[in-house]
Design a protein around this ligand. Structure first.
Ligand code: ATP
Length: 232
């Protein structure tokens, strides 16, 4: 579950001493319930990535509060965030962000290695998940030996391998043709149903938004659809 209360975010731009504050997110409140697919739709520059970066602690809000899975993370240090992120979130990106020098197996295995899981358990979990996303036969392939849709399946497996409760996805089908997009969206929907994972998806695309239980529209940093009054 993600709760955002009265969030404002400004960036400082310009030369030192002459900085200007540019407000990017304005009085934003929203609630994403456990197990739902929520999407945020908005034009380029509306503040979608900024919102995702705030929810995942890569930047801190100017004012307001962020609560993730019952934890108020607003004032978390980078050290706290690093652990929290690994325990609570999986990430999917438009450009897949697989490590080119690692095989499919190794890319999916990496978050488990970072968490200190032993190699026997890693192998079992990775192979189980590769089978679930239909890539058991491609475990030894490198990213450049896979199609775009297959690469996105690897990155979905990598996002799921630590059993996070929340997946944050930034334009997950933005690099895919429309057939492959449909397959990846169907997989996201199935995984959401099977595992009860919450998905928060940034998109330009109404097709992606259409698989969502809840849609937010962001326009120039203001929620024009889906904003709620969140109780203090
Ligand atoms: N680090 C930064 N410093 C200054 N301004 C920034 C920074 N990051 C983003 N911005 C500004 O904040 C606004 C929102 O950017 P953001 O990347 O959140 O939009 P977006 O909706 O994700 O766009 P896109 O769909 O193109 O990725 C833009 O005007 C951008 O120039």
């Amino acid at each position: 579950m993600i709760i955002i209360k009265d969030l404002n975010h400004s960036f400082k731009v310009g030369k030192k001493g002459k900085e200007k504050e540019i407000p990017v997110l304005k009085d934003l409140s929203l609630r994403i319930n456990r197990g739902e697919i929520a999407s945020i739709v908005g034009r380029s520059g509306s503040g979608k990535s900024t919102l995702l970066n705030l929810i995942s602690g890569f930047i801190s809000p100017t004012t307001g509060e962020i609560v993730v899975n019952e934890t108020n993370v607003t004032a978390y240090s980078e050290k706290n965030w690093a652990k929290f992120r690994l325990d609570h979130f999986g990430f999917i990106f438009q450009s897949f962000q697989l490590i080119p020098s690692l095989t499919t197996f190794e890319n999916v295995e990496l978050p488990l290695t970072l968490k200190g899981i032993d190699s026997t358990e890693r192998k079992t979990r990775v192979m189980e998940l590769l089978s679930r996303v239909g890539l058991s036969d491609h475990a030894e392939h490198y990213p450049n030996e896979l199609s775009g849709g297959q690469q996105q399946r690897v990155s979905i497996a990598r996002a799921l391998i630590t059993n996070p409760k929340i997946i944050l996805a930034d334009e997950p089908t933005g690099s895919l043709d429309s057939e492959t997009e449909k397959e990846v969206l169907a997989l996201i929907k199935e995984l959401n149903k099977e595992k009860g994972i919450t998905f928060f998806i940034i998109t330009h695309d109404e097709e992606v938004a259409s698989i969502s239980d809840q849609q937010f529209h962001l326009h120039d940093g203001v929620l024009t659809k889906g904003g709620v009054l969140v109780e203090a």
